[in-house]
Ligand binder design. Structure first.
Ligand code: GLC
Length: 646
């Protein structure tokens, strides 16, 4: 059962697509206050577990910490951080008696979730802005509450099939030859590859919807050359539009009044990668349409995938904020030696993400000027919506890959997410595991982390272990930052190990794709914590480093340096499956309980649940080459039911 309650006069976020009547009175649960500010307070029993919050820090069970929805461009995902790039305000309190209560706080402004942090048996949700819709959902299990929630927010985005292949990315591929090399290394070594990502350097001076013609003299021809190799190029688009006379996106935006404005009506300025930029007012439907239409420039060149970045929106600094840097910033753009643009966020650390900046510009929503900080968490969502709505208009018969850094619930209908600038740390591999089910609860099915780690220098074993997890994540992309150790597979010794692991993605693709479609069509999760399925198992609720993938599989990724394997908990008898490159499938039945399972660096190990079966394909070098006619059934039966696209 879902009930909707309204406090004040909320700004509509369009995150919920189902029309629900507004219930009178207040939910008979906890205490609610909506005066100058909003607060909700409820008791937590000792045994209650709390799940949700999508792309958030820490564990799957969120209890014991404080989280904030305030989308931030912050590349330091330390354990104490309260907010990351997204705002996913859905959570569930699951009691031991089986009763589960779900809450969705639909507010585009900042909101804080103190989940047994200040007082261990109390959950307090507070927002300085008392205008919001709250949905309360009752169910007999976490899955039932998730499904009811997912139903009201609408079907999750389904990307094109190639998006389930492997992608190689790096901030630092600058020209055609850099990309040609990536493709050649993969093809020559027989390491599968479907996508190469283009970071900001493909643009002319970081200007959206431009191509640097020196580096890419005939871009459409280059796109075709890559297509002939079965490679999809996936360019980045940033939120900020460079302020530059003669640049059509800038000129048009100014002329039509489609950029966010200061209180005095002038166009708001923020410095990001291109230098001074304006932000397209994607919360205004007309401006959203206008910005979305610009994607045509790349669609026309044959591009069929994008990643939207810097859309919290990131602000390194504003001219107003720069005053506080006392002249240091000017020297960057005067070309002072030794300072390059990639140092900007670091130099601007003290004035980056400044709340005063976010309170100093305005959107035009239905003719009303709305201060940005009141709708802050909607920006990335609506930038991505701009693109997706444009794809519907411009290329209605084509599926386009789209994922974003910042997001709000509702954006899950338009694209996926990647989880931003993690680090080449073992702890971030574990964080990746823990975030996956929470993202699914909030509708984000197409998701993945930068495999190998974005910041800092990766190591061979960390990358291999992370890829072995990435085999299961819908977005499987190796991405890293400028200045870090290069981490394409061919930068390391014994490259066959990488081939063995990445190939498994393609062998499992029929299963993974079908599982994805099933989860999308049935409002289900791909990744579930063990306790969502083994509800009676008192050990399962303590396990956050193993996940169910679809109905059939359980994974237990290795996430520790030098580990030869790991301890795995089996809630019931399962079939261990060991895969490596083209090697025949090895299986072994293991009894319920604890096992130490050895996993070599070139292997992918997982477990098939008792009574289930999965299809395994031969190795393929790209998604279109996966041979669906020669599948081997592995598991307890000889039949598998595929979910097909409708
Ligand atoms: C941001 C993105 C990262 C990208 C970089 C340069 O940090 O999160 O993925 O490589 O910008 O565009």
């Amino acid at each position: 059962m879902v009930q909707k309650y309204r406090f004040g006069e909320p700004i509509q976020t369009d995150s919920v697509v189902e029309e629900l009547p507004i219930s009178s009175g207040l939910p008979q649960y906890g205490t609610w206050e909506a005066g100058d500010t909003f607060s909700f307070r409820c008791r937590l029993k000792d045994t209650d577990m709390v799940f949700g919050l999508g792309e958030a820090n820490r564990g799957i069970n969120k209890r014991g910490y404080i989280y904030e929805s305030n989308c931030r461009d912050d590349d330091e995902h330390f354990e104490h951080k309260r907010s990351l790039y997204a705002a996913h305000n859905f959570l569930m309190v699951a009691g031991e008696d089986g009763e589960v209560k779900g809450f969705y706080f639909d507010t585009p402004a900042v909101i804080t979730f103190d989940i047994g942090y200040t007082r261990q048996n109390e959950m307090t949700v507070t927002s300085p802005w008392p205008n919001l819709d709250v949905y309360v959902i009752w169910g007999e299990s976490c899955i039932s509450v998730v499904k009811q929630f997912r139903k009201i927010i609408g079907r999750s985005y389904i990307p094109p099939k190639f998006a389930f292949g492997y992608g190689q990315s790096r901030w630092g591929y600058v020209n055609e030859n850099d990309i040609r090399r990536v493709v050649a290394e993969h093809r020559n070594a027989g390491v599968p590859l479907d996508m190469v990502y283009m970071d900001i350097d493909y643009m002319q001076d970081y200007k959206d919807f431009t191509i640097n013609e020196e580096r890419f003299p005939d871009f459409p021809a280059f796109v075709r050359e890559m297509q002939a190799e079965h490679i999809h190029l996936v360019p980045i688009i940033d939120a900020g539009v460079k302020v530059e006379k003669g640049y059509p996106v800038y000129e048009e935006g100014v002329e039509k009044g489609y950029f966010c404005k200061r209180a005095d009506g002038s166009d708001f300025e923020a410095v990001v990668w291109p230098g001074v930029t304006h932000f397209p007012d994607v919360l205004n439907p007309e401006a959203r349409k206008w910005f979305g239409d610009w994607y045509r420039v790349l669609l026309d060149a044959g591009i069929d995938g994008f990643w939207n970045d810097m859309n919290e929106p990131a602000i390194f600094y504003t001219p107003e904020g720069a005053e506080r840097l006392r002249g240091r910033v000017e020297s960057i753009f005067d070309g002072e030696e030794g300072i390059s643009v990639d140092n900007l966020p670091w130099i601007c650390r003290e004035i980056k993400n400044n709340p005063e900046d976010y309170a100093s510009f305005y959107h035009n929503i239905d003719g009303k000027q709305v201060r940005h900080d009141l709708v802050h968490n909607l920006y990335g969502y609506n930038m991505t919506r701009a693109a997706a709505e444009a794809f519907e208009r411009l290329v209605p018969d084509k599926k386009i890959l789209m994922f974003s850094r910042s997001s709000y619930i509702g954006m899950h209908r338009y694209g996926g997410v990647w989880t931003g600038d993690n680090k080449a740390w073992w702890s971030h591999l574990l964080l990746n595991i823990k975030m996956l089910p929470s993202l699914n609860m909030c509708g984000f099915l197409y998701s993945g982390a930068d495999l190998g780690g974005f910041g800092e220098n990766t190591t061979r074993d960390l990358l291999l272990r992370w890829l072995a997890l990435g085999v299961f994540t819908p977005l499987m992309r190796n991405h890293s930052a400028l200045g870090t150790r290069e981490q394409e597979f061919y930068q390391f010794e014994q490259t066959d190990d990488f081939k063995d692991v990445i190939s498994i993605r393609y062998r499992l693709l029929p299963y993974l794709y079908s599982t994805y479609l099933k989860a999308a069509y049935e409002d289900d999760m791909i990744f579930k914590p063990l306790c969502f399925v083994y509800t009676e198992d008192s050990v399962a609720k303590n396990i956050e480093d193993q996940l169910l993938v679809g109905e059939e599989l359980m994974i237990a990724p290795v996430y520790q340096q030098n580990a030869e394997g790991r301890i795995v908990y089996l809630p019931e008898e399962m079939m261990l499956v060991r895969l490596s490159g083209e090697q025949p499938v090895e299986t072994e039945i293991l009894a319920a309980g604890l096992h130490f399972v050895k996993v070599a660096l070139n292997e992918v190990v997982f477990f098939i649940r008792k009574g289930y079966t999965i299809p395994v394909a031969p190795v393929a070098e790209y998604t279109d080459a996966v041979d669906y006619d020669n599948l081997v059934m592995v598991g307890y039966k000889d039949r598998y039911e595929f979910f097909e696209e409708v």
